[in-house]
Design a protein around this ligand. Sequence first.
Ligand code: UDP
Length: 245
Amino acid sequence: MQKRFKRILLKIGGESLIGDRDYGIDPKAVLSTAEKIKAVYAKDVQIAIVIGGGNIFRGMSAAKNGIDRATADYMGMLATVMNGLALQDALDKVGVPVRLQAALQMPAVAESFIRNKAIRHMEKGRVVILSAGTGMPYVTTDSGASLHALELHCDVLMKATKVDGIYDKDPMQHKDAKRFKTMDFKTAIEMDDVQIMDTGALAMCKENDMPVMVFDLFEEGQLLKAIDGEDVGTYVSNQTKTVFA
Ligand code: UDP
C-alpha cells in the first residue's frame, strides 16, 4: 500500500503529558505518548514533533494575573523545553533515536533549532522534537507547528487533540454532533467557536497549502490509522470539500 505521508509534523499539546494530574508531567503519560510515536516511526515515517507547554505554563493566563505578557510567554516557551526533555527521555527509553532542538538558545539542554540540521536528523532516521515554539512571544506552539511544518517540507501538520476530529458542535455537550471527514480551510477558519487551532496558524497553512489533520492522540491506534489513510479525524486542505464522515 502506498504510504499516505512520508514526513509529518506532529503537534502535541502539553495535555498529552499530564496524565491524571491537574498540572505538570506524568511519566506514565509521557511513555504512553512515546509508544504511540514509536508505532508511527516503525512505519518509516519521518517525524518532527512540536511540543506545547500548557500542562505547565501558559503565557496568556499568567499575563491576566499581572506578569508582563512577553515575559510570561518566554516562561511558557521554557515549559515546552521541559516537556521536550521529558519526551526525548521517553522516546530514548522505547528505543526511538531522537534529538531535541529549541528555538531559544540553551546549548546545555537542547540543540539550537537549525532547519537543515532538523531535516538531516529526520533523513537519518531520528525523530526531532522542536521546543520553545517560534522563540517569539504573543503566539503559541500552533504557530510554531505551522511554521516548522512549512519550512521542513512536511506532507501534513497532524494536530493532536482530545476529540477525534472537527465536529459541527461540541461533541462533549451535544449527542447529535457530527464529525467532518474533510473540510476546506475557509470553513475551518470561520468555525472560531470550535477551537481547532490558532486562527493565525490555520491561515498560514491555508496560504501556503499545508494540509492539517486533526485527530485524537488519546484513542489507541488513531494516529496510526490516520497515517494509513483510514477514516479517522478530520483532514483540512485547499483541495478538499467540507463533508461529514
Ligand atoms: N509560547 C510563545 N511563543 C511560541 C510558543 C509558545 O510565547 O512560539 C508560550 C505561550 O505563552 C504559550 C506557552 O508558551 O501559552 C505554551 O505553549 P502552548 O500554549 O502552545 O501549549 P499547548 O497548549 O500546546 O500545551
